[in-house]
Design a protein around this ligand. Structure first.
Ligand code: SF4
Length: 92
């Protein structure tokens, strides 16, 4: 089974108005932040026409990649979604 098919089995509950990942305002993204537009397995990060990086955290798999690469520098803030929200992994 392909990973896309497995991902499709997971459900995602959006916590409206409470994104669990936020990007700090920036003029230009760092290399790490820009790299997230390619690295995020859920495709949450995108580059705007202005060159800034945006996030739509819906569908985030909580893999932690962006947290490791961009949180220490303060470029993003990262919290687990509130209980019951976010990715609901389905096993088997
Ligand atoms: Fe993407 Fe992983 Fe960061 Fe979620 S934690 S936004 S899936 S890189």
């Amino acid at each position: 089974q392909k990973v896309e098919e497995k991902l499709y089995q997971n459900r995602y509950l959006v916590d409206a108005g409470q994104p669990h990942i936020k990007i700090a305002p920036h003029e230009k993204p760092s290399k790490n932040l820009l790299a997230m537009t390619h690295l995020c397995p859920a495709g949450c990060y995108s580059e705007a026409e202005t060159g800034q990086v945006e996030i739509a955290a819906d569908g985030c798999l909580e893999c932690g990649t962006c947290r490791v690469l961009c949180e220490p520098s303060g470029e993003i803030s990262w919290n687990y979604p509130r209980g019951g929200y976010g990715i609901l992994f389905k096993f088997g």
